[in-house]
Design a protein. Structure first.
Lengths: 323, 249
């Protein structure tokens, strides 16, 4: 077993063990904290596909995170008020249906955004993805039907067949399972033909084109799949907080997701997990001491960028190898 | 004579006032190695870029296998079977030599939208890729990242990638650059055998290699072809001697 596999397993066990222990000790707050780690990690796994494997620094992934959240919120609100969605289509509180819808909506919105943004690269790509996300953000703020600036509260968590989602631990386990599924998907894609082409597009797009694979199509599909995973995370986040608001769509959120990945290790399977753990840990521990905890997080980020480019995964398990 | 594989007519490309390609016409016929020579700055690489699709010509036509490819992008031209090697090695640096070639095999098979099967265990990719590395004597270095290969090895890898595309024509931009006399000699022998797989448009400064390999030579000076002919015709052309070969030839 490689060192990275060992580190990954330990991280997975740590993330699973902590809330189990906390639940056993009757400390539901820590279960919720672990769920927050899990859902943020899931969102970042999505971004890691575009950013880590494809080298696409999207500064607009909050759009997909927020869209996923609003899908959960809007469906739940309609279902709660027994209003059909449009015409005859009924709303639902079933999590699996909400997840599929959230991922589909995020993916469908990502296609046109990607099709425009991917005609550019570098700083322009960053700025265009940001601009699209901000458009959606301001749209959400100015649309009063679903709470506008105040956002939308869910009166209760959506339902999962056979599970009491209102309790912290079962809900954590649902999110944990989703995260593990996304990580398996990420690993499969990374080693697949598509993943090879995507990573080659990051390393040398001209080389990829010279063998006859158009980098644009590869990147566009990766961007959409990436958005789908982040959209799913958004739906889970809405259910976790029983609230969805424009803040999920704001550029702070996009920045946070990038920070998670840089902290944990760009392009590394468990990078987003390690990043989310550290991020939430600092948010909680430092946030308990000072309101200015983000200043200290900034210092740590500075240290990582200057001295440990591979992030935490790079520190713990060395350089990645592509044999 | 058989139909040309690649047919270029009156190609023009200017950068501002500089005419980098000034009415170039040339044919590449089956079984041929057509060498393109000329002094630095003559526009050889610019011409290769326009044929490969990384630059768009201002006017003129490029026909490949009878089809006008002037409006196709680089990837589409490669899919038609136009394989290029780069003047300065252009590889996926983090990937091993083998995975660089596997990428070409995968492109050749036209199957990049597969998301689950792991490439390292996919014999449809690894075996043909390894065979290509063996052909260029690079099999022993198959698992070394491209970034860690020596200059000469990277040149060999470029050739292996082009071979893996099973192309209809090769565009080789200074394959011998920086190879050293020993390496150049080996590569010359190797390219000699390749003309029967696909014809080759070869840009090269190494005159020993050019004279040993070429069936036809075109001499490009200031964006114009000033002479085109067999090796003997070019060697004895007074204008070519003055413009390029100097007294040494």
């Amino acid at each position: 077993m490689s060192r990275e596999t060992t580190v990954n397993l330990l991280l997975a066990l740590l993330l699973l063990g902590t809330p189990l222990l906390a639940a056993g000790l009757g400390e539901p707050f820590y279960v919720t904290l672990a769920t927050r780690v899990t859902v943020l990690a899931l969102a970042a796994v999505g971004l890691n596909l575009a950013l880590g494997l494809g080298g696409l620094l999207s500064f607009g992934h909050a759009a997909f995170f927020g869209l996923g959240g609003y899908v959960a919120g809007i469906l739940a609100t309609h279902a709660f008020n027994a209003e059909p969605l449009f015409a005859d289509i009924p709303a639902t509180t079933s999590m699996p249906l909400i997840w599929v819808t959230a991922a589909a909506v995020a993916g469908l919105v990502a296609l046109p955004i990607g099709a425009v943004s991917l005609r550019t690269s570098g700083v322009y790509f960053i700025m265009i993805t940001l601009a699209f996300a901000q458009m959606i953000y301001y749209f959400a703020i100015s649309w009063p039907a679903y709470g506008g600036e105040d956002g939308l509260s869910l009166s209760m968590r959506n339902a999962f067949p056979g599970v009491n989602t209102a309790k912290p631990l079962p809900y954590f386990l649902i999110c944990y399972a989703a995260l593990m599924a996304a990580l398996l998907l990420f690993r499969a894609i990374e080693g697949s033909r598509f993943g090879s082409a995507l990573q080659a597009a990051r390393q040398n797009g001209t080389r990829l084109a010279a063998v006859g694979i158009a980098p644009f199509h590869i990147r566009l599909v990766a961007f959409a799949v990436s958005a789908m995973i982040t959209g799913l995370a958004g739906a889970l986040y809405a259910d976790l907080n029983r609230f969805v608001g424009p803040s999920m769509l704001s550029w702070h959120m996009s920045g946070e997701l990038i920070v998670l990945i840089i902290l944990g290790g760009k392009g590394r399977l468990f990078g987003p997990v390690a990043g989310a753990m550290v991020f939430v840990f600092f948010e909680y521990v430092l946030g308990g001491i000072t309101e200015r905890w983000q200043f200290f997080l900034g210092l740590i980020l500075l240290g990582i960028v200057l001295f440990a480019r591979g992030g935490l995964l790079g520190l713990l398990s060395g350089k990645p190898r592509h044999v | 004579m058989s139909e040309p594989v690649l047919e270029i007519r009156d190609l023009r490309k200017s950068f501002g006032a500089l005419k980098a390609t000034d009415g170039v016409s040339l044919d590449l016929r089956p079984g041929q190695i057509h060498a393109l020579i000329g002094p630095n700055g003559a526009g050889k690489s610019t011409l290769i870029h326009q044929i490969a699709g990384s630059l768009k010509a201002d006017s003129g036509t490029i026909r490949f296998l009878g089809e006008d490819i002037g409006n196709l992008d680089m990837a589409a031209r490669a899919r038609l079977g136009l394989a290029r090697s780069f003047q300065i090695s252009s590889l996926a640096q983090e990937f091993s030599a083998l995975r660089n070639v596997m990428l070409a095999v995968q492109a050749r098979q036209g199957s990049s939208f597969r998301f689950f099967r792991q490439v390292t265990r996919d014999k449809d990719l690894t075996e043909p890729a390894m065979a290509m590395l063996e052909r260029v004597d690079l099999a022993a270095r198959a698992h070394v990242p491209a970034a860690e290969l020596s200059h000469g090895e990277r040149r060999q890898l470029e050739i292996a990638i082009a071979l893996a595309l099973a192309p209809n024509a090769f565009l080789l931009d200074e394959p011998m650059a920086g190879m050293g006399p020993e390496g150049s000699k080996r590569l010359t022998t190797f390219l000699d055998g390749l003309r029967h797989e696909a014809p080759m448009l070869l840009v090269e400064h190494d005159m020993d290699a050019v004279f040993a390999l070429a069936d036809r030579i075109s001499v490009l000076v200031y964006g114009r072809i000033i002479a085109s002919g067999t090796v003997d015709e070019i060697r004895s052309d007074p204008e070519v001697r003055r413009a390029y070969l100097g007294e040494a030839a």
